[in-house]
Write a protein that binds this ligand. Structure first.
Ligand SMILES: Cc1ncc(C[n+]2csc(CCOP(=O)(O)OP(=O)(O)O)c2C)c(N)n1
Ligand SMILES: [Mg+2]
Length: 753
């Protein structure tokens, strides 16, 4: 802070300005003086929010010690940069992804100490999560503060997606349109032409790969997003020079193009405001992203579970204390004659009284009741298992499908063709849909397309071929090879109301996105108590039987995702189901993992004519591929045609009639159809392509054993892959994956039992 040195002390200043005309003139002049544009009144406000923030921390610490709350993490030392940001940004207009130390910012945007204390006690009325999240995990839809989580850095890619959505909506105002009966009925979109997205993080969090993915995309796309790195020099006990090469993040990011960079003393609200303002103005003007590196302090330990004296000596902590933004701000207000000590005391007393009232009320607040636990894991508005998602196919008349002068027979289409056609129709119907992933565009260098120099690619399996040409490069585009980027940005976009239908090129490469897929996307609705949601579709090419796919192009692993509450998992076995299920996935109000078996993309089995632009298959409804009376086989995906082949052989050779159940969706799954079938046949075999142990079939087998024990004439059996990886050499691949012959053997043994 650039401080003048006026007379100190309340009495002196107030008394002399009344009697000395020179001092009175000076006082008048001072009253009009601004500080980097902040008025004296604004500085008083700033102090009020800073002080409130610190006091909430202190009260929470006390409450934790009294065991009235269960966790505490403070915003202490970060208050000045918080209020500086608050002056530059507009709640309910700009968008916010503030991390846990942004208490002062959240207060300034419109959160209250009472709200914060409600979260600390875990109250039902906690507006951010209804008692589901730890304190300081902010969420306020009316303020555009998007639900925050605990993993360090997952918010950053989502914020990038949020900024990207704002730009998209500006260019596609018709995307606002609502539609009865699909997710849009329950999802408003709004945008401002010059909105800015704010995202903050700690210095340690810049070590996360997702941070770099986010910076890369923001830079490349010149997005209106401001990154605020609050550098308190520690990540729990790990100092900044261990996290960051050279110890200074500003130096490392300085090469990214299109950015406006600031490095500032984040304990000083005035210089922080000036830096934030320059960065935000730059973003608002559409010039690109901003990066503000704010040097702050952490006067308390990392959280109440940490004791920093174990790794920070007194001398270092005292050095920090000398920069404490609260005491510095008090001194500044006094020195500048903005408030005298009495004024400060009055302000603090008022904050204290309000705080006490807030604490008293929060401690009386009702807790959430256990009957509400599963509320909002999925959309309460739109049930994808309901009848409205079960529509009849409308196949084209032969005359429509084939021009009259054509002699060619009209052939049914492959799964790949029907997925492509469904995407096309849905994109036509709904301008909120954007399609992206690795290689999904026809040609990124549009010029080549315009000049007709090339034909275009449209996906390594060509599932998205022609979509960019039909709908434009801002609706269908290539992403960097960064799976977390794909899922993280899509989550941010979906939160804003867009419907990303993104692609993960191979299931084997989904893992960089796992944190987003496990801790973010499916959790957003539940953790925010339905304040936010992110319905979107992730299409993933999965599976083996490829002869040569080997372990990095052939794996399954669906049970890892069916184990995630909040995520719908779909796995079609034929072209018609793929079309109907994809449409349901796109129109529904939940996040969907749509698993497409590569081997089935162009298989002769299960081809179909296009079932029309409204054909949908509801989730959770299995299909009886073949009725039977002797044995139930429950399966899905590429095992369906193999099981059918085995069942037909068994009937031909042994007269055993197998009832073959294709689950179609794995979460939810159709227990009713399974139970009815097993009640009839009294024998059950669960077959799946993934390795046997801990696979998806284990859950189905356990349920049958548990709930139908009395109706079984034989143990529940499983046929699946070996507990191995899929090998390159086809002899090995054949032995590893379940073949029709394995299924035949399994069925026969069970029928003979
Ligand atoms: C992905 C992930 N890894 C580890 C943690 C545990 N953790 C919580 S906060 C933290 C340190 C963060 O440090 P920094 O980014 O500097 O923020 P600060 O707390 O210092 O403000 C760690 C390791 C986590 N929450 N998420
Ligand atoms: Mg830190």
């Amino acid at each position: 802070m650039q401080l003048a040195t006026p007379p100190r002390g309340s009495g002196y200043w107030m008394a002399t300005t009344k009697t000395d005309p020179k001092l009175a003139a000076l006082a008048d002049e001072r009253k009009c003086k601004t500080y980097e544009g902040l008025t004296r009144q604004q500085l008083i406000e700033a102090y009020r929010f800073m002080y409130s923030s610190r006091r909430v921390d202190d009260r929470e610490i006390l409450l934790k010690r009294q065991q009235k709350i269960f966790f505490q993490i403070s915003g202490a030392g970060h208050e000045a940069i918080g209020v500086a940001a608050g002056f530059c940004l507009k709640p309910g207009y700009d968008w916010f992804y503030p991390y846990y130390r942004d208490r002062a910012l959240v207060l300034m945007l419109g959160g209250t100490p009472y709200d914060m204390l409600l979260q600390a006690v875990g109250a039902a009325d906690d507006p951010s999560s209804g008692g589901r999240q730890m304190p300081s995990h902010w969420a306020y839809p009316r303020l555009n503060i998007v639900t925050q989580s605990s993993p360090t850095g997952t918010q950053i890619l989502q914020a990038v997606g949020c900024a990207q959505a704002g730009v998209y909506l500006r260019n596609h105002p018709n995307a606002k349109q609502k539609a009865e009966g699909d997710y849009r009925q329950f999802k408003d979109v709004s945008w401002q032409g010059d909105e800015v997205t704010y995202v903050s993080l700690g210095d340690g969090t810049t070590s996360e790969g997702e941070f770099w993915e986010a910076i890369n995309t923001a830079s490349n796309r010149k997005l209106p997003i401001v990154f605020v790195v609050e550098d308190n020099e520690y990540a729990i006990s790990v100092p900044v020079e261990v996290q960051t090469a050279g110890g200074n993040i500003s130096r490392l990011v300085s090469g990214f193009p299109n950015f406006h960079f600031e490095e500032v003393d984040g304990t000083d609200p005035v210089v922080s405001y000036a830096a934030m303002k320059r960065a935000v103005d730059y973003c608002r003007a559409g010039k690109g992203p901003g990066f503000v590196h704010a040097h702050v302090i952490r006067p308390y330990s990392h959280s109440l579970s940490d004791d920093e004296r174990l790794y920070r000596p007194d001398v270092e902590r005292q050095r920090d204390a000398a920069r404490d933004p609260i005491t510095r701000m008090q001194m500044f207000l006094i020195r500048e004659g903005i408030l005298d000590e009495k004024g400060i005391n009055q302000l603090e007393k008022k904050v204290e009284d309000e705080m006490q009232a807030a604490v008293d009320r929060a401690l009386e607040a009702a807790f959430p009741t256990p009957d509400t636990i599963t509320r909002y894991i999925y959309s309460p508005n739109l049930d994808p298992t309901s009848k409205q998602f079960g529509t009849e196919p409308v196949f084209p008349q032969i005359s429509e499908a084939a021009p009259s002068d054509s002699k060619k027979p009209v052939l049914p289409k492959t799964m790949a063709e029907l997925i492509n056609a469904t995407l096309r129709d849905e994109m036509k119907r709904d301008e909120r849909i954007v399609v992206y992933g690795e290689d999904v565009a026809d040609v990124s260098r549009e010029d080549y397309l315009k000049k007709k120099l090339v034909k275009g690619k449209g996906g390594v399996f060509k599932l998205t071929a022609g979509l960019q040409m039909a709908f434009g490069s801002d609706r269908v585009f290539n992403s960097p090879i960064a799976e977390a980027q794909i899922v993280g940005t899509a989550t941010g976009m979906a939160t804003r109301g867009l419907k990303p239908v993104v692609e993960i090129q191979f299931f084997d490469y989904i893992w960089p996105a796992m944190l987003q897929l496990r801790d973010e996307l499916p959790v957003i609705r539940w953790r925010s108590n339905n304040a936010f949601s992110a319905p979107l579709v992730i299409r993933v090419a999965i599976g083996g039987y490829l002869t040569g796919g080997a372990l990095y192009h052939s794996q399954c692993g669906e049970s890892i995702f069916t184990h995630i509450p909040g995520l719908r998992v779909v796995f079609p076995s034929n072209a018609l189901d793929a079309a109907g299920l994809l449409r349901t996935a796109i129109r529904c109000d939940d996040p969907v993992l749509f698993l497409e078996h590569k081997r089935l993309y162009r298989e002769t089995y299960g081809r179909s004519h296009y079932p029309g632009s409204d054909f949908m298959v509801p989730f959770g409804k299995a299909k009886i591929v073949q009725p039977g009376t002797d044995l139930t086989v429950i399966t899905y995906g590429a095992v369906v045609p193999r099981a059918l082949q085995a069942a037909q052989k068994l009937e031909r050779e042994q007269g055993v009639k197998v009832e073959l159940v294709d689950l179609r969706t794995l979460n939810p799954f159709d227990w009713e159809t399974i139970a009815n079938s097993v009640a009839k046949t009294n024998r059950a075999l669960v077959a799946y392509e993934d390795s046997l142990s801990w696979g998806y079939g284990a859950e189905i087998a356990a349920r049958i054993a548990d709930q139908m024990f009395g109706q079984l004439d034989a143990p529940v059996r499983r046929v699946a892959a070996m507990d191995s990886y899929v090998a390159y050499q086809p002899v090995l691949e054949d032995a590893i994956l379940p073949q029709a012959s394995d299924l035949y053997r399994g069925m026969k043994e069970l029928a003979d039992y």
